[in-house]
Design a protein around this ligand. Structure first.
Ligand code: SF4
Length: 91
């Protein structure tokens, strides 16, 4: 079973309108590129036209982006509010 299938088993309780991770207005693009490779859920994306996309809804709350790029890319990194966020499922 590949990673994408396993990630698909998890359930996400999305806190609509309240992102727990906020990207800087002008992120360091080199660091952003690092995150496109490092985020295990693939949530940091570079579009063909060079613009960036980030979708907090599928966050695994692993903290990788926080450790790597807290000052260069992120404006805010918090855990989701109570009852929201990822619900891990195994099997
Ligand atoms: Fe991706 Fe982990 Fe950062 Fe969530 S905490 S956006 S899963 S690197």
């Amino acid at each position: 079973v590949n990673v994408d299938v396993k990630l698909g088993i998890n359930k996400f309780h999305v806190d609509e309108g309240h992102p727990h991770i906020i990207i800087r207005e002008h992120p360091d693009m080199e660091a952003f590129h690092t995150l496109t490779l490092a985020c295990p859920a693939g949530l940091y994306k570079l579009q063909p036209d060079g613009t960036i996309r980030f979708d907090y809804a599928g966050c695994l709350e692993c903290g990788t982006c926080r450790i790597l790029c807290r000052d260069s890319v992120l404006d805010e990194w918090n855990y989701p509010r109570g009852t929201f966020g990822v619900e891990y499922r195994y099997g």
